[in-house]
Structures are given as C-alpha cells and as structure tokens.
Design a protein around this ligand. Sequence first.
Ligand SMILES: C[S@@+](CC[C@H](N)C(=O)[O-])C[C@H]1O[C@@H](n2cnc3c(N)ncnc32)[C@H](O)[C@@H]1O
Length: 218
Amino acid sequence: MKIESVPTRGRTLDHAAFVYDFFEPILLLGKQAEYDRHIVSLLELKTEDRVLDLGCGTGVLTRMIADKLDAKAGGVSLGIDAAAKMIRVARKKRESETCRFEVAAAEDLPFETASFDAAVSSLFFHHVPLDLKQQSLSEAYRVLRPQGRLVIADMHIPTTWMGALVSHVSRWFFLQPQIGENIRGVLPSLIENAGFDPPKHVHTYFGYIAIFITQKAD
Ligand SMILES: C[S@@+](CC[C@H](N)C(=O)[O-])C[C@H]1O[C@@H](n2cnc3c(N)ncnc32)[C@H](O)[C@@H]1O
C-alpha cells in the first residue's frame, strides 16, 4: 500500500531517504554504533516496554531498541517520521516482530494518552521550528505513562571550537534557523515547559550533540 508523507512545517528528508544510511555514519565520524548504544543504555529498557522513536529516519536506532524487546511480552519499538520515503526505507531494511514504523508528525501523534513506557529522539529537534519543538515535547509527554523515560540527543550549545564550527556552518549552509534555536540552548527549558522533570545533560558528542534524559512526572 502506498504511504504518503504528512504535512508539517518541520524539515523532512524525503529527498535524502535513499542516501541517508550512507552519509549518517560519516556525519557521526564513525561513532554511530557507540552513540546509538549509549542512547539505548539510557532508556533502561525492560523486554516488555513500548518505546516511541520520534523522527526515526531510516530506523537504525529504532531497530537497536527493538532488538532488546520481546514481542511475546508486549515489547515494541515504534519509529515515526513525517517523511514517507524514510519510513519506506526503514520498513524495508529494519522491520521485525518488535520493530514497527509509521508515517506521523511528532507534533500531532496518532497514539493514545499514556500508551508508551519510553520515548527517544535523535537529531530530530533541529529539524522543526520552536513552536513545533514545544508541541512535539507536549505530545511525547501526553503519550508517555507516568514516570515514562525520555531520552533526547540533539544539537545544543557547542562545547568545543570544532563543535561551534560544525554547528554554525550547518546553520548557515542549510539556511536552517531551527539549528540556530538549538545552539542557543532552548531544549532544556522546552522539555521542562512540556511538564517533564528538569532534564539531566548526561554527555556531549563531538562538541555539539547533547544527550538529555528526563521522565514524565507522576
Ligand atoms: C536528521 S534526521 C534524524 C533521523 C534519525 N533519528 C537519526 O538519528 O539518524 C531528522 C528526521 O526528522 C524527520 N522530521 C522532520 N520533521 C518532522 C516532524 N514534524 N515529525 C516527524 N518527523 C519529522 C525528517 O524527515 C528526518 O527523517
């Protein structure tokens, strides 16, 4: 069945879907597996968990999470992306018993309240404008169960000159003000505004990608 991209003011990557798996390992300087494993470890998964991956792209992280889950116990890792071509590639390469993909916008999730144990996103928030960053976080809060965990890895205030160079060049090369918002450091306050506990900044990769963990308050 043909699937269509959903309308969003976010920057979707339909045009890059077929080359994304080639370029991402290069952009992450050969550390993609280490970076993804770190994110997965922070989720502290149980085999029966239902996990949502926002802006999943071709689903590498979604699948790594899925491999820790048990379908018979109810475990599932569900990746959503607004770009149908990304979802097509993800389904073809990475779908499994515990790994599912759907086209959806993070700011308007088609899921029931409190229906996930954990949510994650990697390199998604610098693709959407400020109001959609906030709306996506509010939606993540809504679909998580109380005490559900949220892990976000994304561009943030650079901590090295190399990180600053990469961030500012990306912002101007791609003409992407959404990156500018991230590097000004907006994410922690948006996370708290959505209702989550104050996020903990656990690590910075490459001097510009920060990892935050938090949870939905009771
Ligand atoms: C840089 S990619 C990150 C993909 C993957 N999470 C990773 O770490 O490689 C950002 C993704 O966000 C998606 N995206 C942009 N706006 C979106 C929205 N409003 N809702 C859901 N996905 C969106 C894009 O289509 C793209 O696949």
